[in-house]
Ligand binder design. Structure first.
Ligand code: ADP
Ligand code: ZN
Ligand code: ZN
Length: 766
């Protein structure tokens, strides 16, 4: 008894602490509508102890008053004490922003060199802060719990109503219009269920949820018995999370198809059963109905709502989701990068699937990495973090090598399927195509594709470049059509007869002749998915294929549709960019072709090799997931490149060890941290001068402490008419330099139009 009481008190104290309620006299607030500047106020006696971190407050503002968030409790205000005005009112019983997220914002600001306001804006998105834009209301139909027995009898006579009822039980509910559309059962039938007291009808703000429209995963609600390795993985997770502060993050390193997702599902179930909540992060590209359906499947029959956050949501949808989560109505959140900031409380689990995925890094300020922030949030909230991948990033692999993370291996595929055999096709020995142009389908790959067709099996062909040809050149005078605003060739898109810049999206009609010398013949160099599509159609007459890249998959729902067609066998070949390489699970795919990988190996980026290795292993993992073994064909001019050779043997450890040696020799991450300083402007001289000035200042400040290399032009020296210069820093500790970088690079009043940025743990070096 005594124990129990003390336990309760302790947990209450902990909550109070974590909400940051305190008796401070001053509070620093961020105005709700523009979080970029912070202001100090006094908390009057009557409100002391009621203001928590993240609390919404009414404060005086000129002659009006405005709403603002409490973000800090300074010991002293920044302005003179007598000028500080008083908080008028505390809005809401509890803070709108959970305290843990306020702490996370603070951490972000300190680590990623942004101001606290920018970090808060990321956490509390615009739609939540501004209250306009109501969105449309719609009917939500859900089964009334406990009416199964009644339904048995009353629905005997009506086939349609029984079908509708069963669908409701299975799905847990849905929007009336979508239920009718997806099942083909008319709206009157669903209304009849309501009239009979079996279902409830509530009017809610409409949230389009593509995942609901397609079930997408057979037997999602079944819980398979765990294999030996999976059981060990679960044990390790359970053991680790019992430790102080939920222990170390787990790095679940499991080959493709080894049942990692099953571990995520079990971990989710375990924490939900304890009344805790879970966040599941997946790369944007894996946020498919399939993935969502698997998680949803496990919640069938429980009254637990799962909320999907994705970039396609409208303002109203995002706001609705946010409040749904904040009010505790949704307890599982699935989403890409920004779902890490879901305002869940009582967090019991953060999963980061495909933790190596580049999409976890945000390209604009704050340039955070969601995987790294997940580990930080886990630590703040005492929630276990589960990172999973078949090809962990070198950073995470290295952390596991040093026992900062706990590595858990899954070495076998669940279904006993063997990893596919990888053939490396040496393009140097291949015959050139008769009409000129690049080799897209080697003889071996063509034969394999034909063979699969005959057998009624399916294939994937990867070419990680969209458009028809990456550049257009005049063979007569050598002119390459470049973007006027960027220092890159424009890509030829045959479908639209246009040239497009892949950096700024500028487009123009494809020229009929050279714009320099008027020569009528133009040469298309290199190849993209459109050209691949053409080759496939030529080589395999009558084949049914879908091209999948961000051009062809623009329309909402087209991605899901294409996948469904492929799954149902209506298409035989799926070809496209890395979109096809990730997370998909198709048992009938037995052949994978990889085309045009050499370009990616030769990028001026120390991670080039790592990225190619990951892509190869990931795409290879799409082959042979059923009973029939798979085969992979990698076409290359550099067959002995380590990234290709290690991928050929699915040797993740071998690759890591060899690559770590290279990184160590150069002092690259993960041995040191990479920070990229960028300076850009429409005047080349001005941008360079700014970069050189910053270099000089930093050298003065740091002396020999940190080496500061010369500023140089970025590999892509001009984008959108702006000249770009960079300084690439390698440092031992981010914390030691970030203050100086803020002061020297971000804070100064640079000439107007000049932009500077500090990218900590930079991923994009181009
Ligand atoms: P990964 O996430 O590592 O690629 P998945 O979790 O998707 O692997 O598992 C691959 C396939 O095996 C899926 O179809 C999944 O439903 C199935 N599966 C996973 N664990 C088991 C198990 N213990 N027994 C039977 N099937 C399983
Ligand atoms: Zn010419
Ligand atoms: Zn451009």
């Amino acid at each position: 008894m005594v124990e129990g009481k003390r336990g309760k008190l302790a947990s209450r104290l902990k909550i109070a602490q974590s909400q940051g309620v305190n008796s401070s006299e001053f509070v620093r607030v961020a105005p709700e509508l523009g979080l970029d500047r912070l202001f100090d106020y006094r908390i009057p006696e009557r409100l002391r102890g009621q203001v928590g971190l993240g609390q919404r407050l009414r404060v005086p503002w000129g002659r009006r008053s405005i709403m603002a968030y409490a973000v800090e409790f300074p010991a002293q205000p920044e302005v003179e004490a007598e000028k500080v005005r008083e908080v008028e009112e505390v809005a809401g019983e509890r803070p709108l922003i959970p305290a843990a997220l306020c702490q996370l914002a603070r951490w972000m600001a300190d680590y990623y060199a942004c101001d606290l306001g920018a970090a808060l804006r990321t956490i509390l998105p615009g739609p939540v802060r501004s209250h306009e834009g109501g969105g449309k209301m719609a009917w939500w139909i859900s089964p009334v719990p406990g009416r199964e027995a009644v339904a048995e009898t009353v629905l005997k006579g009506s086939k349609a109503q029984r079908k509708a009822w069963e669908h409701l039980l299975k799905s847990g509910g849905g929007w009336l219009t979508l239920l009718a559309r997806d099942t083909g059962i008319g709206t009157a039938v669903w209304r009849a269920l309501v009239d009979r007291g079996l279902a409830e009808r509530t009017e809610k703000r409409f949230v389009q949820d593509e995942a609901l429209a397609e079930a997408g995963w057979p037997d999602a609600e079944k819980r398979p018995e765990l294999g030996a390795e999976q059981a060990q993985a679960m044990e390790a997770w359970q053991e680790e999370r019992k430790k102080e502060g939920a222990g170390r993050a787990i790095l679940l390193e499991g080959v493709t198809g080894s049942g990692k997702t099953e571990i995520y599902l079990r971990a989710m179930e375990a924490v939900l059963a304890e009344g805790k909540n879970a966040i599941i992060l997946v790369p944007e590209i894996s946020l498919t109905p399939q993935t969502v359906a698997r998680f949803r499947g496990r919640l069938v029959g429980q009254k637990i709502r799962l909320c999907v956050l994705h970039s396609g949501q409208t303002v109203a949808e995002r706001r609705e989701s946010w409040h749904e989560i904040r009010e505790g109505r949704a307890r599982v959140v699935i989403g890409a990068r920004s779902a890490l900031f879901a305002p869940l409380e009582n967090l019991g689990l953060i999963v980061v699937d495909e933790e190596h995925d580049g999409g976890y890094k945000q390209a604009e300020s704050p340039r955070y990495h969601a995987r790294d922030l997940a580990v930080v949030r886990g630590r703040i909230e005492g929630a276990p973090v589960l990172l999973g991948s078949a090809t962990p990033s070198l950073e995470s692999g290295f952390n596991a090598d040093r026992d900062k993370y706990r590595r858990v291996l899954l070495t076998h595929r669940v279904d006993g399927a063997k990893l596919p055999k990888v053939h490396v096709v040496d393009l140097r020995k291949e015959d050139k195509p008769k009409g000129g142009g690049p080799i897209l389908l080697s003889a071996d790959l063509t034969k394999a594709l034909e063979d699969r067709r005959k057998k009624g099996e399916q294939s994937l062909v990867l070419l990680n470049r969209r458009g028809y040809a990456p550049s257009v050149q005049c063979p007569h005078c050598g002119r390459v059509e470049e973007c006027e605003r960027c220092a890159v060739p424009m890509t030829y898109h045959r479908g639209e007869e246009k040239l497009r810049c892949h950096f700024c999206d500028a487009e123009k009609a494809a020229p009929r002749q050279c714009t320099e010398c008027s020569s009528p013949v133009l040469k298309f160099t290199g190849a993209g998915t459109e050209r691949l599509e053409e080759s496939v159609a030529e080589a395999l007459p009558g084949v049914r294929w879908t091209r999948m890249d961000s051009d062809s998959m623009k329309a909402r729902g087209s991605h899901a549709k294409a996948l469904a067609a492929f799954r149902e066998g209506r298409t035989e070949i799926l070809l496209g960019t890395q979109m096809i390489a990730k997370g998909l699970h198709f048992p009938r795919v037995t052949c994978v072709g990889v085309v045009g990988i050499d370009g990616a190996l030769n990028l001026p980026d120390f991670r080039a090799s790592e990225r190619v290795f990951q892509l190869l292993v990931q795409v290879a993992g799409r082959a042979g997931r059923g009973e029939i073994p798979g085969e992979v064909f990698v076409q290359t001019y550099t067959p002995f490149h380590p990234a290709i050779q290690f991928a050929r043997h699915h040797d993740v450890t071998g690759f890591r060890e060899q690559e770590l040696e290279f990184r160590k020799a150069h002092g690259y991450p993960p041995y040191r941290r990479a920070i990229l300083l960028s300076f850009s402007g429409s005047s080349e001289a001005q941008a360079l001068a700014a970069a050189e000035h910053a270099v000089k200042r930093l050298r003065e400040i740091w002396k020999d402490k940190v080496e500061v290399p010369d500023a140089g032009p970025a590999p892509i020296a001009r984008v959108e008419g702006r000249f770009r210069f960079q300084v690439f820093l390698l440092v031992d500790k981010v914390g030691e330099v970030i203050g100086d970088l803020k002061r020297v690079v971000l804070a100064p009043k640079w000439p107007s139009g000049l932009r500077t940025s500090v990218d900590v743990d930079a991923q994009d070096l181009l």
